[in-house]
Design a protein around this ligand. Structure first.
Ligand code: NAD
Ligand code: APR
Length: 234
């Protein structure tokens, strides 16, 4: 941990990339752990455009449940530490695969949401944007009559161009890239670590298949490890 502290103190650009494991300490299940979402439901039946078209009722109930489960969720301490590091100009870019906006709720700004967000919705037919999920949770029909969906990027859909490009640029020039709470199972986000020449640091409960690429690995809870690192920083 000492050498990581030295790297952080010498760095001028630190990028943070998070996944679902960053939110489990806030009570949101991840996807591929033994209690993960994809152990209970096949993502092909709910998290693809095909699912949206062929079984809208199941798609709608899956995302409605996820939206309603977020209502009282608050960021854990690890999110506040990352927001503080951003305010201190240590962290220069935060990118996440999560759709829960807990980074922002903890005070982080300019977060690149690589898989979109679940708070806002749009019409699958006319593309009309809605600032919240109220209509999706109630009649779930657009004013044009089309089906509504959250602005979550589904399997097979493209990632938001700006978020993706900004993250690639930031990672390319980073002194350090922290990869936190992700199994790195999903393309193309799992390609990001290989795009940096900086130090790669992995914080995750369990090893990933390709974590030999990291310069430092911490296996444990993100909130606890971030707190230990924060305490050692001047
Ligand atoms: P994939 O190849 O189906 O998806 C990758 C594509 O989905 C990329 O274009 C990526 O940009 C896009 N994508 C955008 N947002 C995503 C999100 N929130 N989650 C996942 N992908 C997102 O993904 P894969 O993991 O390589 O899966 C291969 C096949 O296996 C797919 O058909 C997938 O549905 C199925 N599957 C995937 C998972 C999983 O979580 N990755 C689990 C079980 C089955
Ligand atoms: N601290 C650190 N790591 C944790 C914690 C924690 N408290 N809790 C869980 N983890 C780890 C798990 O061990 C797992 O390796 O976080 C990782 C989460 O991996 P996934 O469940 O695969 O989630 P993620 O990598 O974000 O999935 C990527 O797949 O299906 C899509 O839309 C989904 O955006 C998501 C994408």
């Amino acid at each position: 941990m000492k050498n990581v502290i030295d790297w952080i103190q010498q760095a001028t650009s630190i990028v943070v990339l998070t996944g679902a494991g960053m939110s489990t300490e806030s009570g949101i299940p991840d996807f591929r752990s033994k209690e993960g979402r994809w152990q209970q439901v096949n993502p092909l039946t709910v998290a693809t455009v095909e699912a949206l078209k062929s079984n809208y009722a199941l798609f709608q109930s899956f995302y409605r449940a996820r939206i309603q489960a977020l209502v009282d969720v608050t960021p854990h301490n690890g999110y506040y530490i990352l927001a503080k590091w951003q305010q201190q100009k240590r962290v220069t870019h935060i990118a996440t695969q999560n759709v829960d906006r807990l980074h922002q709720k903890a005070g982080a700004t300019h977060v690149s949401e690589l898989h979109g967000n679940i708070e806002t919705t749009r019409c699958q037919s006319c593309g009309k944007q809605y600032d919240d999920a109220t209509r999706f949770l109630n009649e779930a029909r657009c004013t044009c009559g089309g089906a509504l969906r959250p602005n979550v990027v589904l399997f097979g859909e493209y990632l938001p161009e700006e978020a993706w490009e900004k993250t690639i640029q930031a990672i390319r020039h980073a002194d350090i890239v922290f990869v936190i709470g992700t199994s790195l199972s999903v393309y193309p986000v799992n390609q990001l670590p290989s795009m940096t020449t900086g130090k790669l640091i992995y914080i995750n409960l369990e090893p990933a298949s390709n974590d030999q690429q990291f310069d430092a690995t911490f296996y444990g809870k993100a909130g606890e490890i971030l707190a230990q690192l924060d305490e050692l920083l001047l």
